[in-house]
Design a protein around this ligand. Structure first.
Ligand SMILES: [Zn+2]
Length: 402
């Protein structure tokens, strides 16, 4: 059978790499900005799409421009809750049944809203959407796969804030290392808050993530934070190999114990290796890919986003996704940012199917990886049952389309 949009919409799906601030509905962004007097370059969806949230971007900086506006409107509990709720609803509507929503609480907290308040607000929104679907629509049909979610807390490799410069000017020595030390401490504080949120406030914080500029800000600077997460059974993912080479992925796995890798698009790019001690670069890449495959470290692949932020990939066919599959790696398709990348889970899967000629059986594997390698907040047995339910539903829909 030929996979079409209708089939993809019907099957249960996941999104394991999904940024809250990059996925706000444009209509909501406009409404919230007007409410709290945030200046936007335009106040209609059409114009915003032309000016900020474009189909193609000139550079990563250009891509990141939109986040200035989305994070500016997400500085209150009600806006966080609303955007989280709408994000879950939008996913449910297109048949996504499990999401892991990530955001950097430190970019939203301020004197009137602590880090736990930020997490609680997001959780209220997600939980409301979950309850509405699982107790309403789902009950009526009686045979739907329930909707579940987890929250991933993102630490930043670096902040653009003035405070680090302030510290630098005070000490006026080793500027870069002082800054890095502050970022490392910020990550450790974030892990502690995440554990408290999970254990004391029962917020389903399931994972820890690291994002931000890779160049000059290696993941290894955050190893203490990751060690603390590891010790406390928080699962771990790291944005790596998005703008930097295979060494960045190696570091995420060996120093940070990453269970999953965000993007990993440059996994096979041996020519991006900078460490002079690595003599046989090809062998290094080969060993790394084999290790990732064997350990079932899952790659969160975001096709549209990668194409938008890597100008060297001019055609999706050149994306390393094809090679990842050839090596038998565990891959899952994600949106990254629904609004900034102007995409949905259905769009991403359809793109993959059309570009890489994916057959139903292969798609079923990819869908299964998403559910199996998720940081599901329930027990392992509950997770297994859920995965079984998903696969049963998949098979049933497959029969209907034959
Ligand atoms: Zn991301």
């Amino acid at each position: 059978m030929k996979i079409n949009r209708e089939f993809i919409e019907k099957i249960p799906k996941t999104d394991l790499h999904l940024h809250l601030d990059g996925s706000i509905r444009l209509s909501t962004l406009i409404e919230l900005a007007q409410e709290i007097n945030i200046h936007l370059p335009a106040y209609t969806e059409k114009e915003l799409k032309q000016k900020v949230f474009k189909d193609r971007y000139d550079s990563l900086e250009d891509y990141l421009e939109g986040f200035k506006y989305t994070s500016a409107v997400l500085q209150g509990e009600s806006s966080l809750e609303r955007v989280a709720y709408e994000l879950a609803v939008d996913n449910i509507k297109e048949g996504v049944r499990y999401i892991e929503v990530r955001f950097a609480p430190q970019l939203h907290q301020h004197n009137d809203m602590g880090i736990i308040n930020v997490m609680e607000a997001v959780n209220r929104g997600l939980s409301r959407a979950q309850q509405e679907f699982n107790s309403g629509e789902m009950k009526q049909t009686g045979k739907e796969v329930p909707f579940h979610y987890g929250i991933i807390v993102t630490a930043m490799r670096m902040f653009d804030y003035g405070y680090s410069e302030y510290f630098d000017s005070l000490l006026n020595v080793h500027r870069h290392s002082v800054r890095k030390w502050i970022y490392s401490l910020a990550s450790q504080e974030l892990v502690k808050a995440s554990i408290e949120a999970r254990d004391r406030y029962k917020i389903p914080i399931v994972g820890f993530d690291l994002a931000g500029k890779e160049k000059g800000y290696p993941a290894v600077d955050h190893k203490y934070a990751y060690a603390l997460a590891h010790k406390n059974f928080l699962k771990k993912t790291v944005h790596a190999g998005e703008a930097f080479g295979p060494e960045s992925i190696f570091q995420a796995i060996t120093e940070l114990n990453a269970d999953r890798i965000g993007h990993g698009v440059h996994l096979f790019n041996a020519d991006m290796i900078r460490d002079e001690e690595i003599e046989d670069k090809q062998a290094y890449v080969e060993n790394l890919a084999q290790y990732i495959g064997d350990r079932r470290i899952t790659l969160e692949v975001c096709l549209t986003s990668n194409l938008q932020t890597n100008p060297d990939i001019t055609d999706l066919k050149q994306h390393s996704f094809c090679k990842m599959r050839k090596y038998g790696l565990s891959v899952t398709l994600c949106t990254d940012n629904r609004t900034v990348s102007n995409t949905t889970v259905t769009d991403e899967i359809l793109k993959a199917v059309e570009t890489f000629d994916i057959k139903v059986k292969q798609l079923k594997d990819i869908i299964a990886y998403g559910f199996k390698r998720s940081f599901f907040p329930g027990t392992y047995m509950e997770k297994r049952k859920y995965v079984r339910q998903v696969l049963n539903a998949f098979e049933k829909i497959e029969k209907q389309f034959k």
